[in-house]
Structures are given as C-alpha cells and as structure tokens.
Design a protein around this ligand. Structure first.
Ligand SMILES: Cc1cc2nc3c(=O)[nH]c(=O)nc-3n(C[C@H](O)[C@H](O)[C@H](O)COP(=O)(O)OP(=O)(O)OC[C@H]3O[C@@H](n4cnc5c(N)ncnc54)[C@H](O)[C@@H]3O)c2cc1C
Length: 599
C-alpha cells in the first residue's frame, strides 16, 4: 500500500487560502464554526481514514459481496463503517443543530469527504448514498416520513438508495414503467423492477430505504408523470418491521468498486409493496434532481479521490524505482537513475497532479457556491445558485473523464508493475471507470450544459462566470509568475465566447440535433477552461505565499503549484485548439452517416 493517498496540506490551502472558508463563519448559520472546528473536522476525517477505511481498500476489492439466501452479504466491516459515520455525525453534518446536525459548511464537509473517498471510495458509498436519500426526505417528505425514517438513516442503521434505473430506462427516465396504485389507506402499492441500484440490498444495515421513482396509475406520459416514493425493504408497522416485498434478484459482478454492491431489485412481485409518496404527485423527477445534483458533485469527489490515491502511489514508485540513465550520459558504470528524473515520467506526474488538484479545487468552488446559495439571500444567493447549476455538469464530468486519463498515466508510471495485483494502480483504474457512466453519462452532461445551463436566463450564469474569471485574470496580472497565464486564459475565454455564440446561433437556425451533436466536446472545452481558471486562482494564492519567502516544504508546496500551472497551460490547454476547430466546423458527419454505414 502506498504511504499517502491525499495531501492534507492541499486541502487546508484550498479551505483557508484559496477559498477563504473562514469567511463563511460570519454567516449566522455557520457562526459556531471557527479555525479549530475546521481543523478538527479535517483531522478526524484523516484519522478515520487512516485507521478504518484505507486499510480496507484492497481487501474490500478482493472479498467482494456475495448473494446468498436472497440477500447480498457485504464485507463485515460495512456495519462498523456505517455506525462510525452515523455516530460521528458525518451523514447529516450540514443539517441544523436541532435535527442533530452540526451546521457544517458544505465547503468543509466536501473537503473532508475528499479524504474518505481517496482512502476507500467503495466503503464510503454506503453512508454518502444514505445522506443523499435522507436529504430528499428531509427536504420534501411529510412530517410522518421524516419522523419514521430520518433518525435511523442519519444514525447509519438504515441504508438509503436512489432507485431510478430500469432495464429500458437508463439515460432516459421518461420510459420508466414502475407503477404506483393509490389505496384508501394513504400508501401506494408499488410494482416494478430497478437495476444497478447502489447499496440496493445488503446485510450491513437493518433496513434499506429506497427513494423510488414510479408512475401513479393514470399519470401524464413522460417525465411530468413521474412521482417519488419511499419504498422500504422492511416497513415500520406497530413498533416493529414488516417485510415489504422488496426482493433482490442478485448482485451484479462488476469491474470496479467491488466492495459496494449494485442490486437488481423487484418491488411488489411477491405480495403487497407499500410506497409512501414524497411531496406532491408527478413532481418526483424535480425532487430527484436535487439529490442527483449533490450526487453529481459526489461523483466528482469519487473521481478526484481515486485519482489522488493513484497520484501518490505513482509518485512514491517514481521516487523508488531505478531504471535507465540520462539520455545525455548512458555510461553503464553510472548507477541507474530513479525514473522520476526522466522528463516523460515528470510529464505524467504533472498531468496527474494537475487533474487531481484542479478537480479538488472545482469541488471546493462548487461547495462554496452551495453554501452561499443556501445560506444567504437576494442577488448573492441567486448568483451562487446559477453558478452552481452551470458548473455541476463540469464538476461531475471533468474529474470523471480526466481522472481516468490521470490514473492511466499513473499506471504507466509503474510500467509492468502498474498492471499487476501487487500494486493498487490497477484497482484505481478499474474503480474509476464507472464515473463517466453513472449519475448521467458524459454525453447527457454535455447536452445539459449546452442545451440547458448555458442558455438559461438569457445566458446569465455564463456572464456571471466570465466576470469571476476576469477578476482572477486581473489579479494574476500583478505577479510575474502568473501574468503570462492570465493572458493565455483571457485568449481562451475569447475563444469560448466565440464558440458559445456560434453554437447558440446554430440553435436558432438549425435543428436541435445539429445544435447538440458535439455537446460532449463543448463540455470538454468548458472543463479545460474552468480548470485553467482554477489553476490560475490557486497560483495567485501561491504567488502571494511565495512573496513571503517561505522555506523548506512550504516553499516546495507553492513552487510545485506554479510548475503545475505552467504544465496545465503548456500541455493541457493547447488541446482545446483542436476542439475549437471542430466546434466551429459546419461538418455534420455524425448526423449524416447512416447506422448501417458504421460497420
Ligand atoms: C456501478 C453502478 C452503479 C449504479 N448505481 C445506480 C443507482 O444507485 N441508482 C440508479 O438508479 N442507477 C444506478 N446505476 C445506473 C446508471 O445510472 C446507468 O447505468 C446510467 O444512467 C446509464 O444508463 P444505461 O446503463 O441504461 O445506458 P444507456 O442509457 O443505454 O446509454 C448507453 C450509451 O448511449 C448514450 N446515450 C443514451 N442516450 C443518449 C442520448 N439521448 N444522446 C446521446 N447519447 C445517448 C450514453 O451516453 C451511453 O454512452 C448504476 C450503474 C452502475 C454501473
């Protein structure tokens, strides 16, 4: 096992120096927090990760869940993990004190979660899925639903899930067929099947609470007819738990995150299955989107966490592995060089660092906007909400797509050892492959960004975002080390505006198919632009710190940030030139080529 999986120094740098997280404590909701509570939270996350989660990372991959006697049996430590998260208040930390929460800023909550995900993302899938499901009940459920379910879920005793996908309805939820028949008792009878449900059944908790999408009999067709239900595996009745006829057809075998099972579940196949409506009928998808937005930032965290663990494992290897000699002096009498001295290995390590720390910065930025959107009012809250909406597809997709590339490069750093079981890189590589698929594939996020988020409110979110980027450009122009990159970012911004105007013009003059045909590439461009901005923002903070003349590790930390800024602008950002050319082209190959002509 590698010695390191995350940089706590980097998390503190983001929290305190780049995003001024202590400013949040001036808001009434967060007034009980301070430097000490922030430090203690990060330290506790690291301590739990070191002692409980990280030692289980490989073991949970080897001892994968088994389907036996109608139930999925998970690693015995899952129960302890759920209880640790429940007792430690990690599942409901951002909630109000009177609900048992800690009124913890999302910024701090999500940066702490980075530690957990880097240590063992399969292990923390259980509590974080539960947090998302409980949030839905807390936000939209009736008093009775809250009283019945929340305490158990927040204590880590009951697992929460999101049950959307059906065999015929994956990316497009319009086609779900699970049904809900009203009864005179207030509950609905649920019938249907769901596939790939994370945490959908297991023996590490006492109950499973599905947040389940279904259509009430006679509901309007399409997404406007979808409602949200609480469908427990065991329903609380007369002070006990009664089997609710939610059965499990089995656990899927899968290539990664093997410790966290995905289940095929069947509701109401063997008898009455009660479902309890959450909120109003037919509004299920809009409620679910709230959970999905959180979950999408969560996928960014999983991706960045895995890429972080992979980065430190390959960095350690590169510092230990002797191989070859300098190209300029191949004298066999010389000792072999450590591979970290080869330029190409340094390139791969810088790529990894750029993706890992850029992605974590994006997660921090989105979390801060979530805090401002929820805890302030007026224009400030509205603008933060718009920015969060705009960048959620990037926060999900950039770490997911680039995290794969980053881990692949990390594996390459190890050469043959990277492919072998003795090293964790092959596991990181397998574990990360799901990230561009679930919570909406990259294609779906591309269409969301270009088709919905960019045009929303007459392009207001993009305008606010560009103004923010301009502030960073202006600040970066005052330091010699960041000025050249400020100028480059301004040029990339001009190109992005040009592409956006061009595509919005296409939207006016052509069909939606033509407009959205390369939305994935637009997402890629926007992602590189956003991460370049965040590297500039981090580098301004480092340039300020270096002006104070720090020594030793501190000096290396900030110098390394500036090198990585340079890497991003010299190696990654130039890739957007090809995407620019493609997005400005009128060619419609992917619409014109017939299905039977792809042979
Ligand atoms: C490990 C794992 C965990 C999961 N956890 C959950 C969970 O907890 N709850 C849950 O409900 N689901 C879960 N899922 C399901 C997951 O969300 C879906 O697999 C995902 O949304 C994609 O749906 P699909 O598999 O049906 O693929 P499809 O929708 O069939 O997509 C296949 C391909 O076609 C493309 N495509 C589809 N439609 C379009 C379009 N309109 N335009 C362009 N391209 C398109 C996609 O981008 C993709 O490349 C999980 C899946 C896995 C593997």
């Amino acid at each position: 096992m590698a010695k390191q999986y995350i940089s706590m120094r980097n998390l503190r740098f983001l929290l305190f120096d780049v995003f001024n997280g202590l400013e949040l404590t001036k808001l009434d909701y967060y007034k009980d927090h301070n430097q000490d509570t922030y430090d203690m939270t990060l330290d506790t996350a690291k301590q739990i990760s070191d002692s409980l989660l990280y030692p289980l990372y490989e073991e949970m991959d080897h001892k994968k869940p088994k389907y036996e006697d109608g139930t999925i049996k998970v690693h015995p430590k899952v129960r302890e993990i759920m209880e640790t998260f429940g007792e430690g208040g990690w599942i409901n930390a951002p909630k109000e004190f009177e609900k048992g929460g800690q009124q913890m800023p999302y910024l701090l909550f999500n940066l702490s979660a980075m530690v957990f995900h880097a240590a063992n993302t399969a292990a923390v899938a259980f509590p974080y899925l539960t947090a998302g499901a409980a949030n839905l009940i807390d936000s939209f459920g009736s008093k009775e639903l809250k009283e019945t379910y929340l305490a158990h879920m927040w204590a880590g005793k009951w697992q929460g899930t999101m049950a959307l996908t059906e065999p015929q309805a994956g990316s497009s939820l319009t086609d779900i067929t699970s049904s809900a028949t009203p009864t005179e008792h207030g509950y609905y009878k649920i019938k249907g099947q769901k596939i790939y449900i994370s945490g959908g059944d297991h023996d590490g908790v006492d109950n499973i609470v599905h947040l389940y999408l279904a259509k009430i009999d006679g509901a309007p067709a399409g997404t406007k007819g979808i409602s949200l239900f609480v469908v427990p595996k065991f329903r609380p009745e007369n002070g006990g738990l009664v089997f609710n006829n939610v059965t499990t057809a089995g656990a899927y075998g899968k290539m990664g995150i093997k410790g966290a099972p995905i289940a095929h579940i069947m509701a109401g196949e063997q008898g009455d299955c009660h479902g309890y409506l959450v909120g109003e009928p037919h509004k299920g998808l809009s409620y679910m989107f709230r959970m999905m937005n959180e979950a999408r930032i969560g996928v960014g965290q999983i991706s960045a966490g895995l890429a972080s663990a992979a980065y430190y494992a390959s960095l350690q290897y590169a510092n230990e592995r002797p191989q070859g000699r300098p190209v300029s002096n191949k004298d066999v009498n010389l000792p072999q060089s450590l591979i970290i001295n080869h330029a190409d290995v340094k390139r791969m390590l810088l790529l990894q660092k750029a993706v890992v720390e850029g992605s974590i910065a994006l997660i921090a930025q989105c979390s801060l906007w979530a805090d401002i959107a929820e805890r302030t009012t007026g224009e400030e809250a509205e603008n933060a909400h718009l920015l969060l909406e705009l960048l959620t597809p990037i926060c999900k997709s950039y770490p997911a797509e680039m995290g794969m590339l980053s881990i692949s490069n990390g594996l390459q750093v190890l050469g043959g050892a990277g492919f072998c079981d003795d090293f964790p890189l092959q596991q990181h590589y397998r574990d990360t492959r799901i990230n561009p698929i679930y919570e909406g594939t990259t294609a779906i996020h591309g269409m969301d960004l270009l088709g919905r988020k960019v045009p929303m409110k007459g392009g207001k979110a993009v305008m606010i975002f560009n103004a923010l980027v301009n502030e960073t450009i202006l600040e970066a122009q005052s330091f010699d080390s960041t000025k050249p990159y400020a100028d480059k970012l301004a040029k990339t911004q001009e190109k992005l505006v040009q592409i956006t105007m061009h595509l919005l013009n296409v939207a006016q003059t052509e069909t939606p198919e033509v407009f959205l045909r390369d939305a994935t590439l637009y997402l890629e461009y926007f992602g590189h632009f956003t991460i370049s901005w965040l590297w500039l923002k981090m580098s301004v903070a480092s340039a300020k710190a270096l002006a104070e003349n720090p020594q030793g590790e501190e000096k290396n930390f900030h110098t390394s940030k500036l090198h990585t800024l340079r890497y991003y602008f010299e190696y990654e950002l130039p890739k957007t030139k090809g995407i620019h050319e493609r997005l400005m082209s009128a060619d419609q190959l992917t619409l014109e080529v017939a299905a039977e002509e792809i042979v």
